[in-house]
Design a protein around this ligand. Structure first.
Ligand code: C5P
Length: 402
């Protein structure tokens, strides 16, 4: 479980988004975290402490005068036990209090008395969010080292549309997991290709590869959690963009090549991870209309031309980023993977016996680098992605552990 052993104080302040905090509590407890809920008086107008107690499995604190703690100092006790304090939803009023060091209730007092990190998840009407006072206060929180998550944009409970919605519980959960990950890629810019490409033959048919995109997306998520700025260039897949990752969708290998080269030219990319299952060939002539099947006639000929090798092209740049390739082999894993690593001239290639793992959540891979091969134990794609991110971070030139 991703948050086993973690103690979180979850603070709720007054806002309709309190209903999302019920779901957030359920997600966090299922991930293994111990959740201590603290509510302001206003929060109890929106959701009851009984609901939050049932979901967290812990008594809920609503007052600094609660006599439940032996020394009668819940603001000190609760913050000392916490690995982090998360305020979700954080109202404009509560943000203003935090920015100015006011503490006149239990939640604001324990936030002031904390010795751990504070994560604030704003939720308010879009005009309240845009108000210069709120923007000043948010800037102050960032200056004070408080982590501000969101807000989202979209329809609001008041009927208006704009910035100020609280992040969805799953996004907050992702951000909390990211917060606890070691920042092995802090300051690095990572570019990742993922998914298959689709090469059209006519408006309805095409050539593609089998790839769910799960491994590439898991790597993007893990790299972002490790502190990197991650840009994902994805072929056609049905996957949500990981939290904190920017994404460009493409269809063909040529479009993927163009997007990768543009990203490398526009930004100072440090690491390029090519996970995409790029189609090796495309149709030499793409028909504008659907090719018709005529009974008694032979099928139309299909001339193919080769697509650019994106990974090899990036590795051949005058000063390439650290390049990582993937190889899905159907046999002779070691020989084929090492040969591929040398041919593409990349320092690290991750090989697996592909067809068996397509679309699955687990994978077993072997790392091939200049020093030889290292098998990794079978793991689900998210754990594996975290291990691979660590392996890449250790191998980065300039890493003293490398
Ligand atoms: O040659 P093969 O397709 O097996 O190589 C796999 C590796 O090369 C993967 O990292 C894949 O993303 C990358 N690749 C590429 N452009 C291609 C073909 C493969 O970037 N045209």
């Amino acid at each position: 479980m991703n948050l086993s052993g973690k103690h979180l104080v979850l603070g709720l302040t007054g806002g309709i988004a309190c209903y999302k905090s019920a779901e957030l509590t359920r997600i966090l407890t299922q991930a293994g975290a111990t959740i201590q809920v603290v509510m302001t008086k206003s929060a109890t107008q929106f959701i009851t402490p009984i609901t939050m107690r049932a979901l967290s499995g812990q008594p809920v604190y609503t007052s600094q005068w609660a006599a439940r703690i032996d020394n009668n100092m819940p603001h000190i006790e609760l913050s000392r036990r916490a690995d982090a304090i998360v305020i979700a939803p954080a109202s404009a009023d509560f943000i203003a209090k935090l920015a100015n060091g006011l503490c006149n209730d239990l939640l604001s007092t324990l936030a002031m008395a904390r010795s751990c990190s504070l994560l604030v998840v704003p939720a308010m009407n879009r005009q309240m969010w845009q108000n210069p006072a709120t923007q000043r206060n948010i800037a102050q929180l960032c200056n004070d080292g408080i982590i501000v998550l969101g807000p989202d944009a979209g329809p609001q409970a008041c009927g208006e549309i704009g910035d100020g919605r609280m992040l969805e519980p799953t996004a907050i959960y992702e951000a909390i997991i990211a917060f606890f990950q070691p920042k092995t890629l802090e300051g690095q810019r990572v570019l990742i290709t993922a998914g298959p490409t689709f090469e059209p033959i006519d408006p309805v048919r095409g050539i593609t590869n089998r790839s769910s995109g799960k491994m590439g997306f898991a790597l993007a998520r893990a790299a972002a959690q490790a502190g990197a700025r991650v840009h994902l260039i994805s072929g056609p897949v049905a996957l949500a963009t990981p939290w904190g990752v920017s994404r460009k969708n493409v269809q063909t290998a040529q479009k993927m090549y163009n997007a990768v080269m543009k990203a490398i030219t526009d930004t100072d990319t440090n690491i390029f991870i090519a996970v995409a299952a790029v189609a090796d060939w495309r149709a030499a002539h793409v028909s504008n209309h659907k090719l018709k099947k005529t009974v008694g006639k032979p099928p139309p000929p299909l001339d193919l031309i080769e697509n650019p090798d994106i990974l090899a092209s990036v590795a051949a740049l005058p000063s390439p980023p650290y390049c990582v390739g993937f190889a899905a082999e159907s046999s002779e894993l070691s020989m084929n993977s090492e040969a591929k690593r040398r041919r593409k001239n990349v320092p690290l290639l991750i090989g697996n016996l592909g067809p068996k793992t397509f679309g699955k959540d687990g994978n077993k891979v072997v790392l091939f680098d200049t020093t030889g091969s290292t098998p990794l134990p079978r793991a689900d794609k998210h754990s594996l992605a975290r291990t691979l991110v660590d392996e890449i971070a250790q191998r980065m030139p300039g890493n003293i552990c490398a």
